[in-house]
Every structure is written in structure tokens, then in C-alpha cells.
Design a protein around this ligand. Structure first.
Ligand code: EPU
Length: 431
């Protein structure tokens, strides 16, 4: 397994370009199952989860092609879906495979998707996806580790009024896609408002879907007979952008993050300013696409609670914790989305951080002098938090199991090294 070696202590300087959002590209790819026509996507990040989703679509009979390398533009075409199965081998490596359930069922009347099972950050059930599909007429059984879903004898799902008990991002996306090809109107209440959901709505509209209410928590979808091909550019990755902003701040550097969407980063920017960090938009006009972060001598403690969008993203919690270890005072961090998302904390403690955890709240006392050691990455965002901690630790940190970070950060070693970080990847010996 590959490792990262990071020697901390260098302030980062320069400019870094943000890639497309993994969590937008994944549902957009799944949406290609809704039509026999071609879907062309631009700004797709070159990360492992995209490769996995590409394999899954190919397994189901879609053609997946790309022109350039490293790839950022892809064409997907599912003329027919020959095998409406998402097998365990692929689903176990990426829970977002569940995004194929709604579109496959709506298009072909049948879908078999392996149950994703647990995950390092929490149980992550998919009951809300299934209950919603049942309300739309799907008959669902789970057996031998697979969800088997069929449309009713009429052949198509029907519209329904669905109120999610809890906000779910991929649940909203799955039902949006299913409803786009259902008979009649679907109203989705308590829907996720994440920018990635809005991006999917934009793609679906280009494909001929009739959706209103995006950016609100009530989505209204009028099902149509068929959808057609479309071309779409995936939004910038707000979590990658946030990670680089914290990298600039934590190292007391001066970093300009380009190709980002500052509107999607409001909660993080407010929190960074509360912590004393200077972050300013760069460029004129109504929609500046770059942010410049400059470190300060003294970071200040600031409490933070994760929430659904537009609140502070759970996917930025580990990175924020790294920053909090360097802030003066006591920062209370509360994780409300996932029940077990503090696996990075024990590794940060091994690096010298002062963190105590009580249930869903972690109290971080800073500033702590971190020192490099060998740490284990446990999930994608935890790995990013450890990279940030390593950038300020004295001496060398070895981060093991970096396959987690490869799932969602495009060329992170190259991008951080380009800003002056002393960082390298050690490739696992070929067996
Ligand atoms: N939940 C249920 N039942 C369901 C679905 C969700 O109880 O049927 C619970 C979950 O267990 C969790 C909460 O609802 O406690 C929210 O989960 P959600 O469904 O919103 O998460 P997700 O759709 O599986 C997406 C992102 C995650 C991100 C979360 C929260 C994708 C592919 N994944 O997951 O991203 O953390 O939303 O914002 O979009 C990551 O990129 O590292 C990542 C984990």
C-alpha cells in the first residue's frame, strides 16, 4: 500500500487549481443510465471513486470513453442496460454505487444492487432510499446481500409525495433520478440542498427532466416519458477547495485557490474568519472564482458544529480539527451527521494534539506542538486531516493507507508540492 512522507514546517505559497467535485460527478455519471443517448461530462476529477463508478457503468453495459489523459472529459452511453446489477465487488469499495439503483430501476424496471454494509465513519443505512422507492411503487426485497427492486406490473414507477425523515444527499439524488422517469409528479420534502444536488438537477434538466425547487428543501419533479443526451460541466469540489484553504492557513502561508466556487464555501469561510484567518475573494465581478488565504501568527479557537448544507460540511470536519490543534484556546467540535467520524482524532493525539472526545463532541485545546510519526488514514476526509496536521508537525510524518485519499483528492501530492510542501508518495512494492 502506498504511503505519504511529509516533513512539516514549511509555509505554503502559490496558486492551486481546484478539480471537479467527486460528489457531483458520481451522481452525474449514474444519471447516464437514464437515457440511451450520450452524456458528456467535463471537469471530472481523476480520482479512484470515478474509476470505480466508470467500471460499474461499464459492467452494466454502458460505454465509457475519454479523450485526454489525465482524463477530465468523459462520454457515457447506456444504449441498453444489459446487466442491471451493481455487484458486491464494486459496491464494497464505494458506497456511492447505490446511486445506480434509482436510475436503473426507473429505466429498465428492475435493479439489483449489493447492500453496501457498514463504513468506517458510521452505519450509513440506505433505508430512506428504499422507503422512498417503495412509495413510488417499487417492490423491493433484500436477499443474499442484494437489494432486488422491481417496478409495479404497470412497468413504471409512479410519482409520490415523499418526506425524508432525515436529510440524505445520495437519497435525494437517487429519488430525483427515479422520479425524472416516473409517471406523474413527485414531491420530495426535506430534500438535501447540497450544491451537488443542485448540479444534478441542472444536468437532469439538460436531459429533458422537469424539476423545480432546486436550492430549496422541496423538490418537485414531473416525470417524463424519456430523457435525452446532454453535455455538462461538473461544479468545482468545495471540499478540495476547503482543504487547500486550511492548508494555507495552518502553515501560516499565502495560497490562492483558483477554479473554485466561493458561494459554496460560505460556512467554512465564516468559520475561518472567526479563527482569525484572512480569506479574500480574488478578482472582480459578481462571481469571483478564486480565494486567497493568508495565515496569521495567532489562530484563535472557534467552536464548530457540522450540519447539512448550507451549514458546515461534515466532509471538512477532520481538516478543521487539524486547524483547531493550532488555534489558541479550546475549540468544541460537534459532529451531527455521522456517528463515528473521529477516527483521525486518535492519530492526531499520537502526533501531540490535545483532544478529548465525549460522544459526538470533541474538545481540541491548542496550540499544540505536533511532531511527526507514523499514522494511519482511516477514511477519505480523515486522511486529509492527517495530511494537514503533518504539514505543521515537526519532523517527518508517514501516512499509511493513503488509498483512502486517492478516492477523492486529485494529484494531492503534486498540488501540495507545487505550493512548497515537502511531501512525497512512496509506492508500495509490486508483488
Ligand atoms: N441516513 C440514514 N438512512 C438513509 C440514508 C442516510 O439514516 O437511508 C443517515 C446516514 O447514516 C447519515 C445521514 O443520514 O447519518 C446523512 O447521510 P447521507 O445519506 O446524506 O450521506 P451520503 O449520501 O451517503 C454523501 C456524501 C458524503 C458526505 C455525506 C454528508 C456522496 C457520494 N457522499 O453521503 O461524502 O459525507 O453525503 O454530506 O455524495 C466523502 O466525500 O468523503 C463523503 C463521505
Amino acid at each position: 500500500m502506498d504511503k505519504f512522507l511529509i516533513t512539516g514546517g514549511t509555509p505554503l505559497h502559490g496558486t492551486v487549481a481546484i478539480s471537479g467535485a467527486k460528489n457531483s460527478a458520481l451522481p452525474a455519471m449514474a444519471a447516464s443510465l437514464l437515457t440511451a443517448d450520450q452524456i458528456t461530462l467535463h471537469n471530472v476529477p481523476m480520482v479512484r471513486d470515478i474509476v470505480t463508478m466508470g467500471k460499474l457503468l461499464a459492467y452494466m453495459g454502458a460505454s465509457v470513453s475519454t479523450r485526454d489523459f489525465p482524463a477530465s472529459e468523459y462520454a457515457f452511453q447506456a444504449h441498453t442496460i444489459s446487466d442491471a446489477v451493481a455487484p458486491y465487488e464494486l459496491v464494497k469499495t464505494m458506497r456511492a454505487s447505490i446511486l445506480t439503483l434509482g436510475p436503473t430501476l426507473a429505466r429498465t424496471g428492475i435493479a439489483r444492487v449489493s447492500l453496501p454494509g457498514g463504513c468506517a465513519i458510521g452505519a450509513r443505512p440506505i433505508d430512506l432510499h428504499l422507503t422512498a422507492l417503495e412509495k413510488m411503487g417499487a417492490e423491493i426485497v433484500t436477499s443474499h446481500g442484494y437489494i432486488e427492486a422491481r417496478t409495479p406490473t404497470s412497468g413504471r414507477l409512479h410519482g409520490a409525495r415523499i418526506a425524508f425523515e432525515k436529510i440524505t444527499v445520495t437519497g435525494t439524488e437517487n429519488i430525483l433520478m427515479a422520479a425524472a422517469l416516473a409517471d406523474g409528479e413527485t414531491i420530495l420534502e426535506n430534500a438535501a440542498r447540497e450544491p451537488e444536488v443542485t448540479d444534478l438537477v441542472e444536468l437532469l434538466r439538460k436531459m429533458g427532466a422537469k424539476v423545480t425547487g432546486d436550492e430549496t428543501s422541496t423538490l418537485c419533479i414531473q416525470g417524463v416519458e424519456a430523457l435525452h443526451g446532454a453535455e455538462h460541466t461538473v461544479i468545482p469540489d468545495r471540499i478540495e477547495a476547503g482543504t487547500f484553504l486550511i492548508a494555507g492557513a495552518i502553515t501560516n502561508g499565502d495560497v490562492t485557490v483558483t477554479h473554485c466556487e466561493p458561494r459554496h464555501l460560505t460556512a467554512l469561510l465564516n468559520k475561518l474568519r472567526e479563527a482569525g484567518v484572512s480569506v479574500e475573494p480574488v478578482g472582480d465581478g459578481p462571481g469571483p472564482r478564486a480565494l486567497r488565504v493568508r495565515g496569521v501568527r495567532k489562530l484563535l479557537a472557534a467552536d464548530m458544529t457540522t450540519e447539512e448544507y448550507p451549514g458546515f460540511a461534515t466532509d471538512m470536519q477532520a481538516q478543521y480539527m487539524a486547524l483547531a490543534t493550532q488555534a489558541e484556546g479550546s475549540s468544541s467540535i460537534t459532529e451531527t451527521i455521522f456517528e463515528n467520524r473521529y477516527l483521525h482524532a486518535s492519530e492526531m493525539i499520537r502526533m501531540g494534539a490535545h483532544i478529548s472526545i465525549d460522544g459526538r463532541t470533541a474538545v481540541v485545546r491548542g496550540p499544540a506542538e505536533l511532531s511527526g510519526t507514523t499514522v494511519q488514514a482511516s477514511d477519505l476526509r480523515a486522511s486529509a486531516g492527517l495530511v494537514l496536521a503533518a504539514l505543521v508537525a515537526s519532523g517527518e510524518t508517514t501516512i499509511e493507507r493513503v488509498y483512502h485519499i486517492d478516492r477523492g483528492y486529485e494529484r494531492i501530492v503534486e498540488k501540495l508540492s507545487g505550493l512548497g510542501a515537502n511531501m512525497s508518495r512512496v509506492h508500495a512494492p509490486a508483488i
